[in-house]
Design a protein. Structure first.
Length: 299
């Protein structure tokens, strides 16, 4: 009798819905989705923070991941163009194709910088026609993306739409507040400590957020490896302007930066390449990013 009663009570309980399957191309996008969805979502990132997102490894296992997804979040602006399209095609998942409710393009939500003017020529390097795609280093962009991700989650899981939208709004508020406070902190640095050289042109949004000045890049053109002539020119610029730091993400080669930094008496600041998903939130990631750079700009 007791066994029968237990069966009846258990069978009458409402079924617990399986978590929504969310896939993000980049770890910082995955962290934003996890921050918003919480236990309602299961999130996977296709790229690690130690991988250059331009050249991710299109492993066959990623096809299976995409096949099972309910929502796909991409960076956009052709950042993933070298590896994502064939994976999407082979995944044969109609729910997450471009233009469907299960597809979120983060770049559509942000204020874009570095939009090329005039004709695009491959001789100019790895130019993105729609604008610079490296906006995840700016929490103000992250705040706008959070709203877009909340809307995307609400589209594919209407039953929990209000939760997603409220969580997205709360995250956006925290990110905007942090961005303003941190910009104020960097503004207190002496003008001589507020310039840097980047390796790749991937810090445009970061310097815009923090009111810094990017003097040059070690790459002569985006995606083109440093050459001796260009490096010599950058070194001279750094000496003339007393630039205090070279900043670059962890996935770029460091030998050139170390050498130039030593000759220019500047620090090489190695920045995290993205949120340490799944253990690090996006807010904690941009906090670590800003603190690493702030320390690197100190005497």
């Amino acid at each position: 009798m007791k066994k029968l009663l237990f069966f009846l009570v258990f069978s009458a309980m409402p079924a617990v819905a399986a978590p929504l399957q969310v896939v993000a191309t980049l770890p910082s996008l995955a962290a934003i989705a996890k921050d918003i969805g919480g236990p309602l979502v299961q999130v996977e990132a296709l790229v690690s923070p130690r991988q250059d997102p331009h050249y991710a490894d299109a492993k066959p296992s990623l096809i299976v991941t995409l096949n099972r997804a309910d929502l796909l979040i991409v960076n956009g602006l052709e950042l993933e163009v070298g590896w994502l399209p064939p994976l999407l095609q082979q995944a044969r998942n109609g729910k997450i194709q471009k233009g469907t409710p299960g597809y979120v393009d983060a770049s559509a939500a942000v204020r874009l910088l570095g939009v090329p003017k005039g004709a695009i020529d491959r001789a100019l390097g790895d130019i993105h026609p729609g604008g610079n795609p490296h906006f995840l280093v700016d929490p103000r962009a992250g705040a706008r993306i959070a709203i877009a991700v909340g809307q995307g989650l609400a589209r594919v899981d209407a039953a929990n739409a209000l939760i997603y939208q409220q969580n997205a709004a709360a995250l956006a508020h925290k990110l905007d507040a942090f961005a303003a406070a941190e910009a104020g902190r960097f503004a207190q640095l002496p003008p001589a400590r507020r310039s840097l050289v980047a390796y790749h042109d991937s810090l445009l949004y970061l310097v815009d957020w923090l009111g810094l000045h990017q003097v040059a890049t070690l790459e002569p053109r985006p995606g083109i490896a440093p050459n001796p002539q260009h490096v010599a020119e950058v070194l001279q610029l750094m000496k003339n302007a007393a630039v205090p730091a070279i900043a670059q993400e962890e996935f770029y080669p460091q030998n050139t930066g170390k050498t130039v930094g030593q000759l220019a008496h500047a620090k090489l600041v190695v920045l995290p390449g993205g949120a340490r998903f799944p253990t690090e939130s996006y807010l904690d990631h941009v906090k670590a990013l800003a603190q690493t750079l702030y320390a690197g700009l100190q005497p």
